[in-house]
Design a protein. Structure first.
Lengths: 364, 364
């Protein structure tokens, strides 16, 4: 498995993403085949749970976390061979799938990647059960499926063939990111019915998104390439900045994006009163009159489309969007400053720049 | 940390259990202190989740799994120093606590070790929420708490200082046992509303109990002591036999035990129509008339105490109890045969014998 360098750095970067996706997809397809077979030996029903998990995993996901593992590994090892780190790349995808399965239970979602997720698949069976029992069992199955993925991600993580010291450092990075995403998720859920701190949205963005989606994969790839502690700290700073900016951008698109492009509703966050950085800034800078009117619609489930549009107009007029964009720009600046200190080739640098663009300068 | 050998082998074995419990309790107390502090830095609310988890973990648990890790390690390494394997012993306790937290969600239990479990603790807060939202959040918190314990157990498992090859073997044993307990749990839950195979109860006993509560800990301890593959296979056979017999005994006590001794209701399994080996044997050997009457009460939630007592009388008269006891005896025989082939001291052997007794010849 080797990358073909093209004359254009950007083409190389795009190629890397596509190539890694193919490699990880192949790796995961083999992995799930083995697991389904093993589980079916215990019971056909357990085989079914693994099949449902595999179906979901194969249905979607851009494999951005595995891509980041490889990107960092290739950049800092100066080797184009990345087969040895594929298990760690796949581990980052597997933990993501496990966390998503549990996230969907918390969000009461039966759909993911436009298809039935694991609980959604189980809701399609056992129609003879009462609704509440069927829901309870579907959630139990999805919880158990996520549990085994969390455990299995740790097993895959250790299959890279690195020395024991490196593997322990990688494990430490990975465990920390799992610890963070659980904390971020808890704070996010609890925010629906408790007072939040003024920096709530940035804490959630950092722990629920940046830590496990950016810092973890990038630092794991770099650690496997053998970087020193100083470089690792720079990569962590880079990952935190890009990952947090990604989330801020995501929240902006969640209200002001083009639904036909993003594929996501632009009313849900407002109806659910999600405490995004956008809303926090609005609360800080808007007039009392604007805030009073806004709160007639925000988090009010009966709000009409017209009222939600009015809420968006108030948000827009307040200047909160510009505040978010300024914050995103300052994170981008921070990421670029960290990047300036990476001791890597210009080709590798262009890949990190593409990562920034894909994360921040996007419309979906 | 060293064991004091007494003149009596049995005393040594009992002492080992007590000593290991103290060591693991100390280890976990330190561990939880650190985690609570780290989580509180992210958010006081995340600190609270770790505190709730620590409270539950400290409230109960006999630490039998850590004991088995140490027992096997001490027996096969012929060393009384077991401090190096404490992280793996603690990992086996931590995964158990994580699995229990999720098990309680599935069983709709808010109580464990006679105290509020994690969901139970969260149900005591946020009284202003509607009941269904409070339940949903309490379950989400317990699910997230279990998630991070599953991940953390893998981190602890790798802290034993063994060489890389040994650590990978230990990881493989541990991951397999997590995979098994998830499968066993799924089959057990699904059995409530599907046809079960004739060997259902033995499959559940093997995968939900024996694999992760006996085979895993014993094989991990032995692997850390450096045993060869042949010995490991013997230990696996021993663990499967004792662990499965443990579950069969548990099911017997669950219906015919002394509630004041076991602390468990002897009606729940019958009211919930639990498909135990006892019930499977009854279905095989009882007369049609007995079965017809039994099914008037079994799994019927309105059954009175008198009717449940009648169901027990029918079970007893069928000879099903003797069938279970014969099966337990044959597992005990299998365990003893495996034990005969362990190349260990007589003192170590007596500890394995005590484990058999504690697991099988017990009244609670």
């Amino acid at each position: 498995m080797s990358l073909t360098h093209s004359t254009s750095d950007e083409t190389t970067a795009v190629t890397l993403l596509a190539t890694v996706k193919r490699s990880v997809d192949d790796y995961l397809a083999d992995y799930f085949d083995t697991q389904i077979a093993l589980a079916s030996q215990i019971s056909p029903r357990y085989g079914q749970l693994w099949q449902a998990t595999a179906d979901l995993s194969i249905a979607g996901g851009k494999r951005l976390r595995p891509y980041m593992v490889v990107l960092a590994y290739v950049a800092f090892s100066e080797s184009n061979e990345y087969e040895s780190v594929l298990p760690a790349a796949a581990a980052c995808e597997l933990i993501h799938q496990g966390i998503l399965m549990h996230d969907d239970i918390i969000d009461r979602d039966d759909v993911r990647y436009g298809t039935n997720n694991v609980s959604g698949q189980y809701m399609q069976t056992y129609h003879e059960l009462e609704d509440s029992d069927r829901r309870h069992f579907a959630n139990a199955a999805a919880m158990l499926g996520g549990d085994v993925l969390i455990s299995e991600s740790h097993r895959l993580l250790q299959q890279c063939g690195a020395d024991r010291t490196t593997q322990l450092k990688v494990l430490d990075i990975f465990s920390t990111s799992v610890n963070h995403v659980v904390g971020g998720e808890l704070i996010d859920v609890e925010a629906a019915f408790t007072e939040t701190s003024t920096d709530h949205s940035l804490i959630v963005a950092r722990y629920k998104t940046a830590s496990y989606s950016y810092v973890g994969p990038l630092c794991i790839g770099a650690q496997l390439a053998g970087v020193d502690g100083k470089t690792l700290a720079l990569i962590k700073r880079f990952g935190e900045a890009v990952g947090t900016a990604f989330q801020l951008k995501d929240d902006l698109l969640g209200t002001f994006g083009d639904e036909t492009t993003t594929g996501k509703s632009t009313t849900t966050d407002l109806l659910e009163a999600k405490r995004t950085y956008l809303i926090e800034q609005f609360e800080l800078i808007a007039t009392t009159e604007s805030k009073n009117e806004f709160h007639n619609y925000f988090g009010v489930h009966g709000s009409t489309d017209q009222e939600i549009n009015r809420a968006k107009t108030i948000l827009r007029a307040s200047g909160a969007i510009e505040k978010v964009e300024q914050k995103i720009a300052s994170y981008k600046q921070e990421a670029l400053e960290a990047l300036d200190n990476f001791n890597i080739t210009s080709s590798a640098r262009s890949q990190f720049e593409l990562l920034i663009n894909m994360s921040i300068d996007r419309v979906k």
